[in-house]
Design a protein around this ligand. Sequence first.
Ligand SMILES: Nc1ncnc2c1ncn2[C@@H]1O[C@H](COP(=O)(O)OP(=O)(O)O)[C@@H](O)[C@H]1O
Ligand SMILES: [Mg+2]
Length: 271
Amino acid sequence: MSATTSIQPGLLLGKGGSSNVYAWKENKAIKLYHSEEKAKMMEREMENTQIARKAGLPVPKVYQTISIGEQKGLVFDKIPGETLWTALQKKPWKLLRLVRKFTDLQVHMHTLQSADMSELKDYFRKKIEEKTALPPELKARAIKKLGELPVASAICHLDYQVENILIHKEDLVLVDWSNACAGDPVADVAYTCMNLYRSKAPVGKSVYQKILIRMGLSYFIRIYLRRYKKKSGRSLHRLKDWLVPMVAMYFQSLSPGEKKVLLQCIAEKNK
Ligand SMILES: Nc1ncnc2c1ncn2[C@@H]1O[C@H](COP(=O)(O)OP(=O)(O)O)[C@@H](O)[C@H]1O
Ligand SMILES: [Mg+2]
């Protein structure tokens, strides 16, 4: 269902790379995309959210697409609670308990299959081939690697990270389903690792706080990987192989420094 409205959104609930999310009417949230370009993912996000919810995952109910003036958006149930990222910073003593919950939800998600989400390797191949700004050597390596990696049909969120998880009454709720695909769970773990390694302290923190946050994240990654292997019984030997297509997919979001290091690594490998 789609609608146009002149009602203005309420309080800002959260911000992401593609959107701002505001309170909307009673108990609802509206996700307004930053641009027409970002809003291209809207239908896909709505569909994936519905599939994930039907599969029994803790996901907010999605109602409709909506336009407010020039801006497009999606209406969801509002999840009252803070993100896992906020909770980790405010209550660092809960780190171990939160990493366990974070990991267990992903392990559970990977036991579920979907025939309705895009097939991960096809989706990645198409997206990587379309990327005109991608260095040709990276594009070639990513496409080659993709060909060698397995086809599977587990639900992969592909943006499974601490800012896309809300904590509601001690339970985790997973938002931001625009990238989700059905595929090899190890691909999803590779994304999560890449994201955690690249996570930084929010601006405005002191040097001391930044060091503590970095140490906390390193500990988080260690516990996460160890628990994921144990709970899923899955070997992560393909993790490194998935990183190449993963980096190609998300190349535009890397900093100039990260791009430089990465391209040097690829040049070394090609020697
Ligand atoms: N249904 C919701 N209820 C309450 N807050 C939400 C909801 N969905 C998202 N948020 C908040 O908005 C932020 C951005 O939403 P998200 O869907 O992740 O957007 P983006 O695609 O821009 O990253 C989230 O990190 C979270 O803090
Ligand atoms: Mg997000």
